[in-house]
Design a protein around this ligand. Structure first.
Ligand SMILES: *[C@@H]1O[C@H](CO)[C@@H](O)[C@H](O)[C@H]1NC(C)=O
Ligand SMILES: *[C@@H]1O[C@H](CO)[C@@H](O)[C@H](O)[C@H]1NC(C)=O
Ligand SMILES: *[C@@H]1O[C@H](CO)[C@@H](O)[C@H](O)[C@H]1NC(C)=O
Length: 336
């Protein structure tokens, strides 16, 4: 539970770099379809929350909203698949879910065309896997009486989680990304055991805990200042002019299967960039306050609703999505 809360908190309450992470239709291959799609997602979120009636459902509405916006990108804005906008959106979604779902274009490859100045997906993946070791890997040392293996291992795991951001995004300011929250929780853990004294490669690698910060294991209680740059989407060595995974993709999340057809490349829309209309839709954090987990894969629901996107719009069947949220609750798939 602690692991999950921490992971959820990674991006909680973010305010920094709203420009770089806020979903927008600007510069998309089909900017008008993207605008329509994002506006529809916002309207659907509002309707979903209005109909929700309890916190579990509100959280599920947020997840569905994240998915809806991902579909918008995949259909109408695939050229920004590696941008801070999309990568942040998926990161926010991923850290609230404890199931292993493969989301298209995530994490972005290194030096991706139109990529984000900080590879958020890599940070989240590494930090989440490191945090999982606090319990998964370290718990096996609970019976090793007479040594400090358990606490040393847990210190290493917390440290590796915190170090991921510093190592992968050394130039990026952590302000507003929720990292202070993760660090605060890591430091709080450290406080409960006194201090973390064994934060070295040789110690931590004994437990199979690597650090993404060039072998350094930062002390959560004494973190360095880190970088100062806000997140930004870079043009990269090139830009995407063909859909990175082909014209049609199929993927599965939240017990639904999506088929999305990529819109045709429209260079006018792409270069209109800065003047294109943005919806101003907030970067959804999904409303998750932590503490809830969802398990998918119940046989009766795993077939999912096939939501087939129309060309370039990834239009989804909203009634069926609201239905899915309800069905997941009804089947007890969502646990608090
Ligand atoms: C967003 O960009 C606009 C225009 O460049 C700028 O005026 C504004 O301060 C930025 N906002 C944030 C939160 O960075
Ligand atoms: C971390 O974030 C969560 C959710 O926003 C908040 O409830 C909690 O108080 C924060 N913890 C710390 C130590 O800042
Ligand atoms: C995090 O990244 C580092 C550096 O690549 C690696 O050694 C470590 O194993 C990763 N952590 C996890 C849990 O995958």
């Amino acid at each position: 539970m602690q692991k999950f809360l921490t992971a959820t908190a990674l991006f909680a309450g973010s305010t920094l770099a709203a420009n770089a992470t806020t979903p927008s239709a600007s510069g998309c291959v089909d900017s008008s379809a993207m605008t329509t799609c994002l506006n529809k997602a916002e309207a659907d979120l509002t309707a979903c929350i209005a109909a929700a009636g309890n916190d579990d459902l509100v959280i599920a509405c947020g997840w569905q909203d994240d998915i809806n916006k991902m579909l918008c990108y995949q259909g109408s804005c695939w050229n920004k698949a590696y941008s801070c906008e999309y990568q942040y959106l998926v990161s926010s979604y991923k850290i609230q879910r404890t199931v292993d779902e493969k989301i298209p274009f995530y994490p972005a490859p290194d030096k991706a065309p139109g990529g984000c100045s900080c590879n958020l997906g890599e940070v989240v993946t590494n930090a989440t896997l490191s945090l999982a070791k606090v319990s998964n890997t370290c718990n096996q040392y609970t019976t090793s009486i007479g040594t400090n293996d358990l606490t040393t291992c847990q210190c290493c795991a917390w440290s590796a989680a915190v170090s991921a951001f510093y190592g992968i995004c050394p130039d990026t300011s952590s302000a507003g990304l929720g990292l202070t929250n993760l660090s605060a929780q890591a430091a709080a853990y450290e406080g409960t055991i006194g201090s973390c004294s064994g934060l070295t490669s040789s110690n931590c690698l004994r437990y199979g805990i690597g650090s993404a910060d060039n072998g350094k294991y930062l002390d959560p209680a004494n973190l360095p200042a880190g970088g100062s740059q806000p997140l930004s989407t870079t043009s990269g060595p090139s830009s995407l002019t063909t859909p990175p995974a082909g014209a049609t993709i199929t993927w599965t999340a939240l017990s639904q299967t999506f088929t999305v057809t990529a819109a045709a490349y429209n260079s006018a829309d792409v270069s209109a960039g800065s003047t294109a209309t943005s919806t101003g839709a907030g970067s959804s954090s999904g409303g998750g306050s932590g503490g809830s987990t969802v398990t998918t894969g119940t046989a009766t629901v795993s077939a999912g609703a096939v939501v087939t996107g129309k060309t370039g719009t990834a239009a989804a069947l909203q009634t069926s999505q609201a239905f899915w949220v309800m069905a997941m609750i009804a089947l007890g798939v969502i646990y608090m």
